[in-house]
Design a protein around this ligand. Structure first.
Ligand code: NAP
Length: 510
């Protein structure tokens, strides 16, 4: 195992993959780049980051639709170890976050470890060699440790609508925006009214001739407090970094209060609902439209969306909001659940991502030849969202039950990274070749998570993509985020099997 941080940087993207590597990181978004930075800082020099895109950035590389931005405040939505005093808005837009990630990759010297345009096709645990056998679009490599940072929201989901394959116009998903397609003067159908759609619909509305917005479930919308930062603020943050840390802490604490309503006392959500209703009343004078956009489920059970632009966009004369899904697509039209056929030139899918049926489930095969999907049987589970029994030397970042509806996923990633680095350090110190969470530890953890989720607004309020095929909430962390940080802070050897011997054990029981 190489430990020299100053090992000559691995070759750039264009070069062949190494056939053997100590650690393979999957994905070069916030998770994968964060892992690479920490690995380098901890003295691991022999690692590679496999990224299917043609640059680093992950979510913020792929999602570049008009109006794309982050609904978590800039100061919190960044690495704690790399504050950016120069954010130009209190809530950053996609180009600025993408550029921030590019700068982090350069500043911490991890770009040379990244192999872009390298899609991981499978990763299988070879118990005899005690290595992961990774097949990619650019060849095969073996790795002692696998860190999966592919993100839960990376695989765009396009609904299976009757006749969609007969459509002769243009189609695109919000996460694969086609900037070569000129929307000017086009008749466009947009399907979905989630976090992505509420950002791109107001941005394309002025350009298109006609916009038919198909809404299956209205979102709860809150007033947005986004504003440009002032030159003085930026100067102060540059001059006094402690000040920015203070602001970050205040933003974190303010967001954390939401846990009270989501998890601890769902009745408190009534206060939030009153604010959302007042916002709607202010922005939607039209009675008929207001009725259509009024949700009939408890606020918070789906992501609460901040926007000052969504309702005004829906009120424009070239926009029609259709309450209900699309039932059929024809060669040049879409038919809504109201039975009306609308001629369109393009269809945009703002229909989200495969979350609980994530592609990683099929790609990764652990001990006994079982894939993650076979292990999970429709309901992903992991210890601290990170480790899975039967999958030695595999660490997931942003795995099951690490999602948040209110705060920054970067906080969760950094918490998990502390755990992973501690695990790797213990392995190094003890000369252990494999590490695997104990079955009973993971089971106890997941039972506790399930119990905590029982009374939450997410489990009681409505059906959403937070719930998997079995109805279990496999997505969200049901507690204070600082509790997650505390739990992940240390790698407890009593919770894991560490072994230097060839793994000769039987397959993990189902
Ligand atoms: P989403 O929240 O999953 O929303 C998908 C939308 O498509 C929903 O309105 C859904 O309706 C609708 N839909 C799905 N299948 C449909 C069908 N067959 N027919 C009609 N409508 C259908 O997806 P997203 O907006 O891409 O956002 C996904 C996640 O990405 C967010 O929750 C958030 O975590 C993240 N995100 C974050 C930001 C940010 O600012 N931080 C921005 C964008 C995205 P139903 O509600 O009825 O299912």
């Amino acid at each position: 195992m190489s430990t020299a941080a100053d090992t000559p940087a691995r070759a750039d993207t264009g070069e062949a993959l190494p056939s053997e590597v100590d650690i393979a990181v999957l994905g070069a978004g916030f998770s994968g780049l964060g892992a690479a930075i920490k690995l380098k800082q901890e003295g691991y020099g022999d690692f590679v980051v496999l990224e299917r895109g043609d640059d680093v950035g992950g979510t913020w590389h792929w999602n570049d639709y008009p109006g794309c931005g982050c609904d978590v405040p800039s100061h919190l939505y960044s690495f704690s170890f790399a504050p950016n005093p120069d954010w130009t808005r209190t809530y950053s837009r996609q180009p600025e976050i993408r550029d921030y990630l590019h700068r982090c990759a350069d500043r911490f010297g991890v770009r040379p470890y990244v192999r872009t345009e390298t899609t991981v096709e499978s990763a299988s645990w070879d118990g005899d060699a005690r290595r992961w056998d990774v097949h990619t679009s650019r060849g095969r490599l073996r790795a002692r440790v696998l860190i999966a940072g592919m993100g839960p929201l990376s695989e765009p989901k396009t609904p299976d609508i009757a006749g969609l394959d007969t459509f002769e116009g243009h189609t695109m998903h919000s996460a694969r925006w086609d900037h070569d397609y000129d929307m000017k003067g086009k008749r466009v159908a947009s399907i979905g009214t989630g976090a992505s759609a509420i950002q791109y619909v107001p941005s394309i509305q002025p350009d298109v001739e006609r916009l038919h917005v198909f809404q299956r479930t209205p979102p709860w919308i809150m007033p947005h407090t986004d504003r440009p930062t002032t030159a003085l603020e930026r100067r102060l943050y540059r001059r006094f970094p402690a000040m920015q840390r203070l602001v970050r802490g205040a933003v974190y604490s303010g967001r954390e209060i939401n846990v009270l309503g989501f998890v601890k006392k769902p009745r408190l959500m009534a206060i939030v609902e009153r604010i959302a209703r007042a916002h709607m009343a202010r922005q939607v004078p039209d009675h008929e439209l207001r009725e259509k956009v009024t949700p009939d489920y408890t606020i918070g059970c789906k992501r609460i969306l901040p926007s000052n632009r969504w309702y005004p966009a829906l009120s424009q004369p070239n926009v029609e909001l259709i309450d209900g899904g699309v039932v059929e697509v024809r060669p040049s039209s879409v038919v809504g659940s109201d039975g009306v056929e609308r001629e369109v030139d393009a269809i945009i899918f703002g229909t989200g991502f495969s979350v609980t049926d994530m592609p990683l489930g099929k790609l990764v095969t652990g001990r006994g030849g079982r894939t993650l999907d076979e292990r999970w049987r429709g309901s992903p589970r992991a210890y601290l969202g990170t480790a899975i029994a039967g999958f030695p030397n595999l660490f997931m970042l942003l795995g099951p039950n690490t999602g948040l509806g209110h705060s920054s996923m970067i906080y969760m990633i950094e918490s998990q990274l502390a755990h992973v680095m501690d695990a790797l350090g213990v392995m190094r110190d003890r000369g252990a070749e494999t590490v695997e969470v104990r079955e009973e530890v993971a089971a106890r953890f997941n039972q506790a998570v399930d119990r905590q989720l029982e009374g939450t607004v997410w489990n009681t309020g409505c059906a959403s993509w937070y719930l998997d095929d079995t109805g279990r909430n496999a997505t969200l962390w049901p507690d204070w985020t600082f509790r997650f940080r505390r739990r992940t802070a240390r790698f407890e050897t009593s919770e894991y099997d560490l072994t230097a011997e060839p793994a000769q054990r039987e397959a993990v029981p189902a």
